[in-house]
Design a protein around this ligand. Structure first.
Ligand SMILES: [Zn+2]
Length: 415
């Protein structure tokens, strides 16, 4: 009990003592804090400018506050997309371009007086920091085939054209036709931009029966981790992204933003303007079956990708509407009826509904607002191959677009 009392008195003494001293103590703490802040600030300040010599002030040129200049916003860019650059065999596929034809196209760019710019110049123009020529071209080669390194590279060097190599990390260094990390390092050292094309190269809209959480995690790996792998392996900042098959949805766009990409590229060939959305930069693809696409790019007479007329490719047609032929179906009729129920796309402006078939172009169609069914039939027989049907329309002033695919393979002839 006695001990307790002594303790109580001691505690009371400490309490009152502190109370008495506290204003002073506080002041000292504040002073110490202020001093450390000042030191910290001094450490981050740049070295002081030398004092101007009297009478000599006019010679000092002011440092510009920002690197932004007023750039030419009327300039336009076409972005070209290539894959393999190899002598054709029956396994190289429709996206392959023979080396001599690739070289011819590079010559066409030169002959037309178009300027090939680097990805960094393109991004600087978008940021308002650098001018680019009125008609500029961006060259991109996708997937990481070794032919980009050993065949396209010498040709591009000959023309002194900068270019961008989009790679998906899972393919790199797997031997055979794949490029290696060492070769990518060499490209980097030569000034080639290395862009990200995911890890696995799977269509990012394809959730493949994953739960919503598993789909999100998978997307994060494909869009964000892939960027980190490239940045760590090559010691670069990976600024550009290319969607596998050009496909995305609103979830993918959010992650592209979160990852911090400065530009993301689709496979929707259009002339790119200064105001085109950074996450949907259109590209013209080389495809053996559609040489007219590249021709349109070189002629600079295709549709213009501006900020307002961007189609919203949020959902594939197969997920939102019943189509004919079905998504992924193989048909034997060379003049099939193409049909889709567009009810889920909302209230469509009937006059705005149009249909395009890859390799053919616009096909006249009938649209019935009462049933929301669009119907069209190609005027000419199809050649065997894969086709993409694109339906576009306006709903509430906004342009929307939806797609589905099918394959035409004629039935074997019976005798
Ligand atoms: Zn690809």
């Amino acid at each position: 009990m006695k001990k307790f009392l002594v303790l109580l008195i001691l505690l009371a003494g400490v309490f009152f003592g502190l109370k008495k001293w506290s204003p002073h103590t506080l002041e000292r703490v504040q002073f110490w804090k202020k001093k450390t802040t000042e030191v910290a600030q001094n450490q981050t300040l740049p070295p002081a400018e030398p004092a101007p010599v009297p009478g000599n002030e006019t010679k000092i040129t002011p440092v510009p506050k920002s690197t932004a200049i007023s750039v030419d916003k009327t300039a336009q860019v076409v972005v070209l997309m290539y894959h393999r650059v190899e002598p054709p065999t029956n396994t190289t596929g429709a996206l392959n371009i023979p080396p001599d034809q690739f070289e011819q196209q590079m010559q066409t760019i030169k002959d037309r007086g178009l300027a090939v710019i680097s990805m960094q110049d393109f991004l600087a123009w978008r940021r308002g920091e650098k001018n680019i020529p009125q008609r500029s071209v961006l060259i991109t080669i996708d997937d990481g085939y070794v032919s980009a390194f050993d065949t396209a590279r010498p040709i591009l060097k000959k023309f002194a054209y900068p270019w961008t190599c989009f790679v998906y990390t899972k393919f790199i260094g797997t031997g055979g036709k794949s490029i290696s990390w060492e070769q990518l390092g060499q490209l980097r050292d030569e000034g080639v931009e290395i862009g990200c094309h995911t890890i696995s190269h799977i269509n990012l809209r394809d959730a493949r029966n994953k739960t919503p959480d598993a789909y999100t995690q998978w997307l994060r790996d494909e869009v964000i981790s892939s960027k980190q792998i490239i940045e760590q392996k090559l010691g670069v900042k990976c600024a550009a992204f290319a969607y596998p098959e050009g496909r995305y949805n609103s979830h993918v766009l959010e992650l592209v933003k979160e990852a911090g990409y400065a530009a993301a590229f689709t496979a929707y060939g259009q002339r790119v303007t200064h105001s085109a959305p950074f996450d949907r930069i259109g590209r013209y693809a080389w495809n053996v079956r559609r040489p007219q696409d590249m021709a349109q790019a070189f002629a600079f007479n295709g549709p213009v990708e501006a900020g307002t007329e961007q189609p919203d490719l949020s959902e594939p047609a197969a997920a939102t509407s019943v189509t004919q032929p079905l998504e992924g179906e193989t048909i034997t009729d060379d003049r099939p009826i193409l049909k889709a129920n567009l009810a889920t796309l909302g209230e469509l402006d009937p006059a705005s509904v149009g249909l395009r078939l890859s390799g053919i172009g616009i096909i006249p169609c009938k649209f019935d607002p009462a049933t929301s069914i669009i119907e069209a039939r190609p005027g000419q027989p199809l050649t065997p191959g894969e086709y993409t049907v694109t339906v576009s329309a306006k709903a509430g002033g906004k342009r929307i677009e939806t797609q589905w695919r099918f394959k035409f393979a004629p039935a074997p002839k019976t005798q």
